[in-house]
Ligand binder design. Structure first.
Ligand code: SIN
Length: 518
């Protein structure tokens, strides 16, 4: 056991690093599963940060779009707060050195993305916002003497006394090891979402719901776990994870067609390709299921400019042997963002004392059942700062000595077959289309996998989150946003509320299903 006065931040993406800088000069310890900048979802974000920066735009309009996209369960106070402070965060990031695209007059260049009533996404080099903002933050973190980064380590468990978090157990992330307890005055969870629990995902390989899982195992209340967002236009080129073709391309006029050349979104929604993401994702899924081969066609809208203005997309095309100037890009849906997570109030506080959360691991009420594009990075920034300001009021923050844990032998490598099985189960039964029978099958399969891998805490954390998703999806007998029940296809106004659930409640649902099916 090691005792530290540092605040421990579990995760090393945008929210984690921004919070570490906000907390400076207070000492913090960042638990980073990879070398900084590698493996964080935020570094892979293409679109950018949504913020009402244009003169004709307002935070109020941004809040209205957020509430509308969220399909009835967005907390309007949260939407108002987040959209109101968005501009200040963009200016602060700019001052830190984030190289946002600007026009000749110095105005921010903004992309249009689905369900936004204005071009409102501040971007970097077309489709490189996440990676470039992360580089800016990494440079600042490396220069901040108050921040210690433990690379190649991961959190697996929280230490609690009653309802108070008193520390965190970490292991090596690069090789198996036994966990070491770090006793700390406070813990901020900023370790990403759950996309990698699905067989088709845009998330980096390590992001498989572990953070939500270990927080739930410690007793933290979870909100909205059933709401998982599937991105409509992941490249369908057989890569895992599936590379993203940013929604900004559709904002520029790229269209969705199928193998017969039909622009199928025109029939589906008045906003066609710029309809809310859940609607576009469902339509793409239907085209794929019907063997009609959905594709993103940038040819007319962008021509050869796609190669220079969207370098990440161009690079993926080149790798896959696709020439987007001549041919449309094959696309499919992929799990992209988890609206659910550890329940957080406006200061990022969780239901456990001395535990905060920000970013995709959290559920703040901003996203409802369907996140508005590019509100993810924004939420991470806003809650990282809010949490940091709240944490700053803690007393014992003086001990800035670096810690040097040595990890005893032990632990085990993840069982790749079990992970594959879990991911395929989630895609088949808790994915874009859901039914009671399928969700029950998912719960049974998760329980069996968890029992077989009980000695691997990392895998157990994944199973905890998978259980929460499937159990809450089974409970929600309606369709709303990212949650589509084939057996309850209508939206039920009586269920226009958020879900709050503990892991014990989800496990009780799972046990009941297991009993019913045996
Ligand atoms: C995209 O660029 O399409 C993704 C943006 C987001 O998920 O917010």
């Amino acid at each position: 056991m090691i005792e530290t006065g540092r605040i421990v931040i579990a995760g090393a993406g945008l929210g984690a690093l921004y919070a570490a800088l906000e907390l400076a000069p207070r000492p913090v310890l960042v638990i980073s599963p990879e070398p900084l900048g590698e493996g964080a979802s935020s570094a892979w974000a293409q679109g950018g940060v949504a913020a009402a920066m244009a003169t004709h735009d307002t935070p109020e309009a941004h809040a209205v779009d957020t509430v509308q996209a969220g399909a009835g369960t967005v907390d309007p106070d949260v939407a108002a707060m987040v959209t109101q402070v968005a501009r200040a965060h963009i200016i602060d990031l700019t001052e830190l050195g984030a190289p946002f695209d600007r026009d000749a007059d110095g105005n921010y260049v903004m992309s249009r993305e689905a369900a936004h009533s204005a071009a409102r996404v501040v971007r970097v080099k077309g489709d490189q916002a996440g990676g470039q903002i992360m580089q800016t933050l990494i440079a600042a973190v490396r220069a901040a003497p108050s921040v210690q980064v433990l690379e190649n380590t991961q959190a697996v468990r929280l230490e609690t006394e009653g309802c108070t978090v008193t520390g965190i157990w970490i292991t090596r992330a690069d090789v198996p090891s036994a966990p070491v307890l770090i006793k700390a005055p406070g813990v901020l969870l900023a370790g990403g979402g759950s996309g990698g629990l699905y067989a088709h995902t845009t998330n980096p390989p390590r992001i498989r719901g572990q953070v939500i899982g270990f927080a739930a195992r410690a007793g933290a209340r979870i909100a909205d776990p059933e709401f998982v967002q599937f991105h409509p236009t992941a490249f369908d080129i057989g890569e895992d994870p599936a590379p993203l073709a940013t929604e900004a391309l559709r904002g520029e006029g790229a269209v969705l067609i199928n193998a017969a050349g039909d622009r199928f979104m025109v029939e589906e929604h008045p906003d066609a390709e710029l309809a809310p993401r859940d609607i576009v994702a469902r339509a793409i899924f239907a085209e794929t299921q019907g063997d009609r081969r959905p594709m993103l066609d940038t040819r007319e809208a962008l021509g050869s400019e796609v190669l220079t203005r969207y370098p990440t997309v161009a690079e993926t095309c080149a790798r896959a042997g696709i020439d987007p100037v001549q041919d449309p890009i094959p696309v499919a849906v992929a799990a992209h963002y988890h609206m659910g997570g550890v329940e957080a109030d406006m200061q990022g506080r969780t239901s456990l004392k001395n535990l905060w959360v920000c970013g995709e691991a959290s559920s703040t009420g901003l996203h409802g059942a369907n996140r508005l594009a590019s509100n993810g990075l924004l939420e991470a920034l806003v809650y990282a700062r809010n949490a940091a300001q709240d944490i700053a009021s803690l007393d014992a923050l003086a001990d800035a000595r670096a810690i040097h844990p040595s990890f005893p032998a032990g632990g085990q490598n993840l069982d790749a077959a079990a992970v594959k099985n879990l991911r395929e189960t989630m895609t088949a039964y808790a994915g874009v289309r859901r039914t009671a029978a399928g969700l029950k099958q998912a719960l049974t399969a998760i329980a069996q996998l968890e029992a077989e891998q009980a000695a691997d805490e990392n895998f157990v954390n994944m199973c905890a989150t998978a259980t929460l998703i499937a159990a809450a999806a089974l409970q929600r007998e309606e369709s709303r946003g990212g949650h589509l029940r084939d057996d309850f296809p209508e939206t039920d106004p009586a269920q226009a509320h958020r879900t709050r659930i503990s892991l014990n409640e989800a496990l009780a649902i799972r046990a009941k299903v297991q009993k019913e099916l045996t």
